[in-house]
Design a protein around this ligand. Structure first.
Ligand SMILES: Nc1ncnc2c1ncn2[C@@H]1O[C@H](COP(=O)(O)OP(=O)(O)O)[C@@H](O)[C@H]1O
Ligand SMILES: [Mg+2]
Length: 255
């Protein structure tokens, strides 16, 4: 059974239809990526899975159970943890207290201490900085903190919203390396949404491409990387900005 199955998901903000019936599957243990330009609907997809946005239609099935319409905290308790875009730390709280915020589903102090050790194992820097205010951290360190905070509930499925945004290539490599280790060592399944196609295709095994609310491609990342259209129109897009998007559309790659 798939860990998560999203079927024909439709989401609108007022009159604007933003997700036009998207479907995808996440198998246990995988890292999958959803690639898409700015405004494609990536964040909306993650927010809908987390219960922060209510879909109009469709199904969100976690291990065979329909979770659509559940409250966000219930979804966390069922094993889905969301790292929102934009590194939303609690700036005036210490690193340690920020991490504890991610442990709200646990009342057992021993489990919380264990999870904290697990987070410090992947992000030793957070242990060194544990008493510092979160606002004193650099962008990369804040990204580590929000991933660490999401891990405090020991999720089955970790949703990552553009962790690479605004970070140096070197830092992106470091963070994606840690994400891969978490996937391997904790068996945490990961859904990564990214504009940075190059890096995301390196770290994930399976990829989907989202274009203005519709999935236009679904394949292994090996095959996506070799796909001429992905190379030309998608990977090239990072160098040529919006132009790539227009040409992509012209080629009528819609399914
Ligand atoms: N709260 C909102 N209210 C109205 N429109 C929104 C809201 N959030 C996102 N949108 C619009 O929905 C579309 C998809 O946005 P989003 O899911 O943030 O895309 P992405 O994360 O791929 O950049 C965009 O056109 C965006 O302007
Ligand atoms: Mg977004």
């Amino acid at each position: 059974m798939a860990l998560l199955e999203v079927r024909n998901l439709e989401v609108s903000y007022g009159p604007v239809n933003v997700l036009k019936g998207i479907s995808f599957t996440i198998e246990k243990g995988q890292i999958i990526t959803i690639l898409g330009a700015n405004g494609a609907g990536k964040t909306t997809t993650l927010r809908t899975i987390s219960g922060l946005v209510e879909p109009e239609k469709g199904n969100i099935i976690l291990e065979g159970q329909e979770i659509k319409g559940f409250e966000p905290d219930r979804i966390v308790r069922l094993g889905i943890s969301h790292v929102p875009e934009g590194r939303e730390v609690f700036p005036d709280l210490s690193v340690y207290k920020n991490l504890l915020m991610g442990a709200f589903i646990n009342s057992d102090a021993r489990v919380v201490a264990e999870n904290l050790e697990m987070v410090y194992h992947y992000f030793p820097l957070l242990r060194d900085r544990s008493s510092q205010h979160a606002y004193t951290l650099s962008g990369g360190e804040q990204q580590m903190l929000v991933i660490g905070r999401a891990l405090m509930s020991k999720p089955k499925l970790l949703l990552l919203d553009e962790p690479s945004l605004g970070l140096s290539p070197k830092l992106i490599k470091t963070i994606f390396g840690i994400v891969r280790r978490i996937n391997e060592e904790e068996s945490t399944t990961i859904l990564l949404v990214e504009q940075n196609a190059r890096m995301a295709l390196e770290v994930a095994q399976h990829g989907y491409i989202l274009e203005v609310g519709r999935m236009v491609m679904d394949d292994t990342t090996e095959r996506l990387k070799q796909n001429e259209d992905v190379q030309e129109f998608y990977l090239g897009m990072q160098e040529h900005g919006i132009r790539g998007t227009r040409r992509w559309k012209k080629k009528k790659m819609w399914r």
